[in-house]
Design a protein. Structure first.
Length: 505
């Protein structure tokens, strides 16, 4: 071995490897949705976001189901002029008002309204636009749909990934494509399964009309697939996308929930906020490229981080979705899953939570999370606290230590809390300790100088026949837009001068 290391090529490889390790230790990086900022010599002034919108997909509907939409907005960040007073509206996709909003304050607050069976659009203007966040929560005791199903209402985009759901007997997944824009959208839905990418012609070139929603059933597109990765990409226009999963065993409901969007394929990611409790935990990883992926796995818990013995390194074949059983390593505790790969991957976790003997089960999904920052804090649109309902915030610091402020938004009272999440750990926070209202919105702000922070809201309910559970990631809000730089085009000026000299000026 000594002789091989003395060769120039080998020495260069060793030097590069050492540099890579050093750079990785110096800066812990995670996927981010933060906009690219201008360089120091090209300052770009920012103005607060004046308008914002988010789409909530059509919920589970029925006599045994209730759905509410919650909206929260913290207003402009400190140091930025707030602009005109704020206002929320909640409407169907064709512009008809839905329900009654309450608790709206000029600088942003929480509002909630009952929802029917149609998709809705949440819109905000003025001070209510910066940081707008909305969520939809359905509670159902219906025999087939039993459970809590929570989803983040998202703004329009062109590229989004989901990992979860299936189309085997007893499992029904649906893809929802919602267009709140004034122009039509044309969308391709690409599916991956355990055996590779799936041919699904009916999922290509889906046209979504302005103010419309298209739904595609996964069992119709690709029947008999045990697990999916779903890539939604708009080739024209923009859409909001969502995936819902429902599982039954004969006549026994196993749970229903929305699959949260996960981060785009990357070499490093963290699936944050995997729920605790008894039951199954399935890590599902897709390597959508042409190369197999060698993935290193680390679990992050309240007591610290560790590599699960025997699962610290796994291989994912190119184009396939692999399944890894994490239940033997979680001991029923909430965890986050850090993945480090030599090829781009994305992932999610399916949690099947079981109750006492004879109780019905429930399911929840976790996904790759995007880090919150001091300049990109996130909002939990709805915190519920009662004897039967518990809202928990799972805070994960995969890198350095994080200090975070949890601040209830008005009209809720309460001083909030300042907490520290130790490096490489996860901290569960009972949100009943943060605010005094039964329902309120919450701002989650890492303090300047902290490392990346991942946050997931989990809702649990005690129900007579078994546990109810759902979880949703807390996403960084969009607060301002950079004013484009305007550069004089001197060549145009010269041409104008020439035209002027000819009498056309």
């Amino acid at each position: 071995m000594t002789g091989r290391l003395q060769r120039p090529g080998a020495v260069l490889l060793v030097v590069l490897a050492v540099l890579a390790v050093g750079l990785g230790a110096a800066s812990y990086r995670l996927p981010t949705t933060a906009p690219v900022t201008a360089t120091a010599d090209e300052p770009r002034p920012e103005v607060p976001l004046a308008r914002a919108a988010a789409a909530c997909p059509a919920p589970v509907a029925g006599v045994d189901s209730t759905t509410r939409v919650a909206v929260g907005a913290p207003g402009p960040q400190p140091g930025i002029d707030g602009g005109r007073p704020g206002r929320f509206t909640l409407e169907t996709l064709d512009g008809k008002p839905v329900g009654t909003l309450r608790g709206v304050a000029p600088a942003g607050a929480v509002a909630d309204a009952a929802q029917g069976e149609d998709p809705v659009a949440v819109r905000a203007v003025g001070r209510s636009a910066p940081g707008l966040a909305a969520s939809q929560l359905t509670r159902s005791t219906n025999a087939a749909m039993r459970g809590l199903a929570g989803v983040t209402c998202t703004r329009s985009g062109t590229d989004v990934w989901f990992v979860g759901s299936g189309s085997i007997v007893g499992q029904r997944g649906r893809v929802y494509l919602t267009n709140t824009e004034a122009a039509p959208a044309v969308v391709d839905v690409t599916l991956y399964g355990p055996e590779g990418q799936i041919e699904a012609p009916d999922a290509r070139g889906v046209t979504v009309a302005p103010g419309g929603q298209e739904v595609r059933l996964l069992d119709a597109l690709a029947p008999g697939v045990e697990r999916f990765a779903v890539h939604v990409r708009a080739r024209l226009g923009r859409v909001s996308a969502a995936v819902r999963d429902l599982q039954v065993d004969g006549l026994t409901p196993l749970g229903a929930d929305w699959v949260p969007p996960t981060t785009a394929p990357a070499r490093r990611m963290v699936v944050a906020g995997v729920p605790g409790g008894a039951g199954e935990r399935h890590l599902q990883i897709v390597a959508p490229g042409s190369s197999d992926a060698i993935v290193r796995v680390r679990l992050i818990s309240e007591s610290g981080a560790f590599a699960p013995s025997g699962l610290d390194v796994i291989e994912v074949r190119a184009g396939t979705v692999s399944d890894v059983d994490l239940a033997p390593f979680t001991a029923g505790d909430p965890v986050s899953v850090e993945l480090d790969s030599d090829a781009p991957i994305t992932a999610g976790v399916l949690a099947r939570v079981t109750g006492a003997d004879g109780a019905l089960g429930e399911l929840a999904y976790a996904a790759g999370a995007v880090a919150l920052t001091a300049t990109g804090p996130g909002v939990v649109p709805e915190v519920r606290a009662s004897e039967a309902v518990t809202s928990t915030l799972l805070l994960t610091a995969p890198g350095p230590e994080v200090t975070v402020m949890l601040t209830p938004l008005p009209p809720a009272a309460g001083p909030g809390r300042r907490l520290t999440v130790a490096a490489g750990s996860q901290l569960p926070v009972d949100l009943a300790s943060v605010g005094t209202a039964a329902t309120f919105a919450l701002l989650v702000t890492p303090v300047n100088g902290s490392g990346p922070l991942l946050a997931v809201r989990q809702v649990d309910e005690v129900e007579a026949r078994g546990p109810f559970i759902t979880s949703s990631p807390v996403l960084p809000g969009r607060y301002s837009v950079a004013v484009p730089r305007v550069v004089a085009d001197l060549s145009t000026g010269l041409r104008l001068g020439t035209l002027g000299s000819q009498g056309n000026g």
